[in-house]
Design a protein around this ligand. Structure first.
Ligand code: NAP
Length: 301
């Protein structure tokens, strides 16, 4: 059996593409590695998705996934390990199984960037986390730090400030990428302390995080913390594609205005592609464009 469209990645971009593809009566399969809804499921509150004044990211992700399923999109969980193209057909490998399609929409998003410091791997899940809304509750009344100066770090710190005894915000510069209005809110919190112009040298602890060592003005400074929340951006999930489609030096997929890549029938949508604004709304926008253009392409075959 050959699908019209296989969508790889079940976040907002992939699910929007799935909704449009199935409504255009294309036989569609969507493959997700972990959670349908993607990165958005980790947001405790979403307040900037039109039509939803306030919704949890998990609820919104579930609603999108349910909508796609009700429209008849087939879905499977699994990690894609290979993509090949022979003539006009793509072969997508998941475990021992191969799935065939005429079009692939690649919407795998991005994963949290690692600090790459001592003990980061050893203490992952033992005090180091990349998701404040997932793990914050384990640190009630404890002392934690958030690393980063973007919107994610600011949101995470605001969330943790309501749970934890003390929150350090550690940022490598003295100005923030995060929205000024959120930074101002954070500055009003009595249990939040900013440590600026500081980088992380190591996270310390034998079996669980005990402290963090910073470099501040070339001097080492150790702070006792129970948890470390890393929020320093994301890297695109394109490891599979290195010899398949052109990528930017940072690993993002290069597309044209219609979200086509240089491989006919292979589209990219969402945070995984090269673009300036990566938001929930721009992800759903990408999924829409990729699916509509993919349907046009299918109609020419
Ligand atoms: P981001 O905006 O790229 O910010 C990453 C932060 O981490 C920057 O402050 C950066 O410092 C710092 N950083 C990067 N590498 C580092 C390293 N190796 N060591 C220490 N610090 C490092 O990423 P993000 O906060 O995840 O946000 C991604 C996108 O999602 C943005 O467009 C953001 O606006 C959006 N977003 C929106 C919302 C919302 O609207 N509610 C919520 C979350 C995210 P420098 O500033 O020095 O580069």
């Amino acid at each position: 059996m050959i699908y019209d469209i296989i969508i790889i990645g079940g976040g907002p971009a992939g699910l929007s593409a799935a909704i449009y593809a199935s409504r255009a009566l294309k036989k569609t399969l969507i493959i997700e590695k972990s959670v349908f809804g993607g990165q958005i499921t980790q947001a405790s509150k979403v307040e900037n998705y039109p039509g939803f004044e306030e919704v949890s990211g998990m609820d919104l992700g579930e609603k999108m996934a349910d909508q796609a399923k009700k429209l008849g999109v087939e879905n499977i969980y699994g990690e894609v390990t290979q993509i090949k193209k022979n003539e006009e057909t793509f072969t997508v490998t998941v475990g021992q199984k191969e799935y065939l399609s005429k079009v692939v929409i690649y919407a795998t998003g991005a994963s949290p960037r690692k600090l790459h410091v001592d003990n980061e791997t050893k203490l992952l899940g033992a005090g180091i986390s990349y998701c404040a809304t997932c793990d914050g509750a384990f640190f009630k009344e404890k002392t934690v730090c958030v690393i980063g100066g973007g919107n994610t770090a600011i949101d995470d710190a605001l969330y943790l400030a309501n749970l934890c005894k003390k929150v350090y915000v550690i940022h490598r510069r003295d100005s923030f990428r995060g929205e000024p209005v959120k930074v101002s809110l954070l500055k009003e919190k009595e249990n939040v302390e900013f440590i600026l112009n500081a980088t992380v040298k190591s996270v310390d602890g034998e079996n669980f995080v005990e402290s963090i060592t910073l470099l501040e003005n070339m001097q080492e400074r150790k702070i006792k913390v129970d948890g470390v929340f890393v929020a320093i951006g994301h890297v695109p999930n394109t490891q599979l594609l290195e010899d398949f489609v052109p990528l930017t030096p940072n690993g993002y997929i290069i597309t044209n205005y219609d979200l086509e890549t240089s491989v006919a029938g292979f589209y990219a949508a969402g945070d995984v592609r090269e673009k300036k604004v990566r938001q929930l709304t721009t992800a759903t926008n990408d999924g829409t464009i990729a699916a509509i253009m993919a349907c046009e392409y299918l109609n020419t075959l």
